[in-house]
Design a protein around this ligand. Structure first.
Ligand SMILES: Nc1ncnc2c1ncn2[C@@H]1O[C@H](COP(=O)(O)OP(=O)(O)OP(=O)(O)O)[C@@H](O)[C@H]1O
Ligand SMILES: [Mg+2]
Length: 443
């Protein structure tokens, strides 16, 4: 059984490796060292490493590549990046890939210790649980249901956001669970006891959005009878969730950019600014880059909002999550209505799995809720609306309602297509001569 935590140090400078080994040993770690990324990966694969400290610029393979590799293969191992080239671009890139802290050389022992404490001593950081989670495919994460591969990746990304305040942009069609994911990010982070403030940018009239976001002082506009703080100040210390961010005007976008860059906001009609520290999570169901292309969304703001990006795929691209969600909502609404969950047989489940769910999880949830209320004990095929059964009945027609001649013609066309319309070859495969083939094609 291992007792000490294990740190892996990766730097091409032997002096730096020795310095870090000394410091980390003093902090009580077992240390491992690599002078390049290839060595580092082999150590990672063979020893249970608890934290990685890596340089950014190294000959051949960069620290950036290592962070990227770890985000895919060791998503739960915290990473501290140490670099001699402070540069916002690098910082943004590594945080986006999963590094948790960023330290600039030269640094003192105290600075290193503070950074290590931050990545290791996170109240939510539980070595055993994290390592188990890494290996296991889970069916749910903080109320989010789903075991498909994209959902496992999503859970890993949420876990990686715990220790930093990097901005997160969540994209996905309506009803895919964007707000749910935003809440999970907040409530699993170390800032969970501070407020989570959701703002629907699409539901607030344009002229009001600015004062709602940043606050206003008395008399700053007609109707401003009192000083009022904005959502930014209300979310201080916690998370501000800007839903439907595409609905902001360019004027509001300029103010948002300033708030993110300067970490301060100015109330409408005020001259002084106020410092705010928070995590900004935004969501959109339209492609913001398209809007950037049409000059409707500021490009600089887009990149500021998007340090960590999370895309939630539509339900039709993760069919295997459907039965889980059906069972979950069946149980949930049965409980709520004090009755037994409905019996849903295989055939019904198959229809539900094949249906495209244009309204995603929200549509599925509402549908199951309705079934629990309307059906008695079990769901019958006839309880399903026709539009859901369409797929199934189409397929039935295709196979059972064709004449022999039609089946024959379809088969001939398939073979022709497979032979690139080479009639000689097709006739050979079909076991007929070319003349017969021609005749069969015209009748
Ligand atoms: N993976 C999931 N597991 C359980 N419930 C989910 C999941 N995804 C979505 N839901 C449920 O579906 C409903 C819609 O989710 P949510 O409001 O987060 O979607 P959204 O992406 O924000 O949609 P919109 O773009 O329309 O605002 C909610 O009731 C939520 O609880
Ligand atoms: Mg939403």
């Amino acid at each position: 059984m291992k007792t000490k935590l294990r740190a892996l140090i990766v730097d091409d400078s032997q002096d730096m490796v020795e310095l870090l080994v000394r410091h980390m040993t003093e902090m009580g770690f077992d240390t491992f060292a690599g002078n390049n990324v290839v060595e580092a990966i082999s150590i990672l694969e063979n020893s249970a490493i608890d934290v990685v400290i890596t340089d950014m610029r190294m000959p051949e393979v960069s620290g950036y590549q290592l962070v990227k590799y770890m985000s895919q293969h060791f998503p739960t191992v915290p990473i501290l990046v140490v670099t001699g080239y402070p540069d916002l671009r690098d910082a943004v890139e590594v945080v986006k890939m999963g590094a948790m802290e960023y330290l600039i050389k030269p640094f003192t022992f105290e600075e290193l210790k503070a950074a290590i404490d931050k990545v290791i001593e996170d109240p939510n950081f539980n070595q055993v649980e994290e390592n188990q989670e890494k290996e296991e495919v889970v069916d749910a994460y903080h109320g989010i249901i789903g075991r498909s591969e994209p959902m496992q990746k999503l859970y890993a990304t949420i876990r990686r956001t715990k220790n930093n305040l990097a901005t997160v942009l969540i994209t996905g069609e309506s009803g895919t669970g964007k707000e749910m994911v935003a809440r999970a990010i907040h409530y699993t982070s170390q800032f969970s006891s501070a407020p989570f403030v959701p703002v629907n940018c699409g539901a607030i009239p344009e002229q009001l959005l600015e004062s709602e976001l940043f606050g206003h002082v008395k008399g700053s506009f007609t109707g401003a009878v009192n000083n009022r703080i904005g959502f930014f100040q209300a979310a201080n210390g916690g998370s501000l969730f800007l839903d439907e961010i595409s609905n902001t005007t360019l004027a509001v976008q300029a103010k948002l950019l300033r708030a993110i860059q300067e970490k301060e906001v100015t109330m409408l009609g005020d001259t002084k600014s106020q410092k705010v520290t928070l995590r900004l999570i935004s969501a959109s169901n339209t492609n913001l880059l398209d809007l950037v292309g049409k000059n409707l969304f500021r490009e600089d703001l887009y990149y500021r909002l998007n340090i960590i990006s999370i895309h939630i795929p539509p339900l039709r691209e993760r069919h295997e999550d459907i039965p889980l969600l059906v069972d979950y909502f069946n149980e949930k609404y049965a409980n709520e209505n004090a009755r037994e969950p409905l019996v849903i047989n295989k055939r019904i489940m198959q229809v539900l799995e094949e249906y495209a769910w244009p309204g995603n999880v929200r549509e599925l949830e509402n549908f199951i809720h309705r079934m629990v209320i309307l059906c008695d004990k079990k769901v019958d095929f006839n309880d399903l609306p026709d539009y859901m059964k369409m797929n199934i009945s189409n397929r039935k027609e295709e196979t059972s309602l064709l004449t022999l001649k039609e089946v024959e013609k379809n088969h001939i066309l398939k073979v022709l297509s497979a032979t690139n319309n080479n009639k000689t070859q097709a006739a050979k495969i079909l076991g007929i001569d070319r003349k017969t083939l021609r005749q069969k094609l015209v009748t």
